[in-house]
Write a protein that binds this ligand. Structure first.
Ligand code: UFG
Length: 342
């Protein structure tokens, strides 16, 4: 298609990536997925084709393989890049740090280098609120809240990734790069055709909740009940994955209006905190069933309470979350039910 506005989406078969592919289509872009499916399923492509009613363009490529990755830049003329492809399991990163550094940093370096060679100027980078570590004395963080030492190799790859981007921009590169720091994306597309598809036992709260409710897992352990929060359990900023996806489109559109050689950072959350116990209660209401759960020990590395100040997202990108935690839990449960019935 001659006039297509092709957007390269690395890791486009992943959780946030796949929902972003839908948003891109709905906003007149043509996403091109690069994913090697090591941590995602081909069924995601089928789900995307049903939602978008179009043939999804995807290539099975490892972004760490420079030559293979370069081929996609030769094949397509991109107007932007969204770089998701990375590992993201905190615990695994502690056990296998080299794997994390190599994958997350090589992929980013290749992406930046190829973007420069092929003159694709606008890039959105997946960062994380993990870069704030345990913020000193505040629970709500702005983009200016100082970054704390990372408490996992995974978190460090995001911090280093941001630093690499800053250095590349400081070198005068003709790139525009937006770093989005996501808080806790949850939920699924409201069709129930795509959603979070963790391979093996989930690490994150919501898939653990829904898989316990459906009977795949026996019991949810709530990690800690003596945190200095209103009910003793950790508080997070859970944001609907479709809202997160939309932030990428808004981000790209904003980047396209900027002058070259710039980078900026934006929090992507709702600005509201929800505790683990509150999540369980909302889930029980939404699903009309009781969840099998009990209190357990604290999980190492968990921050008691953190949520986003989202003023900048609103002011800069004209973006804010349109859905609340209940909507997200409803969609996550719908997705789980639909998968069981397949
Ligand atoms: N939790 C439980 N039981 C579980 C799983 C999680 O009680 O079985 C609790 C956690 O202790 C935490 C909350 O649920 O209090 C949320 O945990 P998640 O693992 O879903 O999310 P995190 O906030 O720990 O992690 C997220 C992202 C990471 C990111 C991190 C740090 O998944 O990628 O935020 O900001 F690095």
């Amino acid at each position: 298609m001659k006039d297509s506005k092709y957007i390269l989406v690395t890791g486009g078969a992943g959780y946030i990536g796949s929902h972003t592919v839908v948003e891109l289509y709905e906003n007149g872009f043509t996403p091109v997925i690069v994913d090697d499916f090591r941590n995602s399923h081909y069924s995601v492509i089928e789900g995307l084709e049903k939602i978008t009613k179009t043939d999804i363009i995807y290539r099975k490529i490892d972004v760490c393989n420079f030559n293979a990755f370069e081929n996609i830049f030769i094949e397509f003329s991109f107007v932007g890049i969204i770089h998701f492809a990375a590992y993201k399991a905190v615990g695994e990163s502690v056990l296998e740090p080299i794997k994390y550094y190599r994958n997350n940093l090589d992929g980013l370096l290749n992406c930046l280098e190829l973007a420069q060679i092929y003159k694709v100027h606008d890039i959105v980078f997946s960062s994380s609120c993990t870069v704030y570590g345990e913020p000193k004395g505040v629970n709500v963080v702005t983009e200016n809240t100082s970054v704390q030492p990372a408490n996992s190799p995974y978190g460090n790859t995001k911090q280093i990734g941001e630093e690499i981007i800053n250095d590349v921009i400081n070198s005068g590169a003709e790139l525009k790069i937006l770093k989005l720091r996501y808080f806790n994306p949850i939920g699924a597309h409201d069709t129930g055709l795509i959603g979070e598809l963790p391979i093996g036992k989930p690490n994150n709260l919501l898939p653990y909740v829904t898989q316990t409710a459906i009977g795949t897992l026996e019991k949810l352990i709530v990690f800690g009940n003596d945190y200095p929060t209103h009910d003793g359990t950790c508080v997070r900023d859970y944001v609907h994955v479709c809202d997160v996806a939309n932030a990428h489109v808004k981000g790209l559109e904003w980047l396209m209006k900027q002058n070259s050689n710039m980078t900026d950072t934006v929090n992507i959350g709702t600005g509201k905190g929800t505790s683990v116990l509150e999540i369980i209660h909302i889930f029980e209401k939404v699903s009309e069933q009781l969840l099998n759960w009990e209190f357990g020990n604290r999980r190492e590395g968990d921050v008691p309470e953190i949520y986003a100040d989202v003023t900048k997202a609103e002011q800069l990108l004209d973006w804010k979350a349109n859905r609340n935690v209940k909507d997200a839990i409803f969609d996550a449960w719908n997705w789980e039910l639909k998968r069981r019935n397949e």
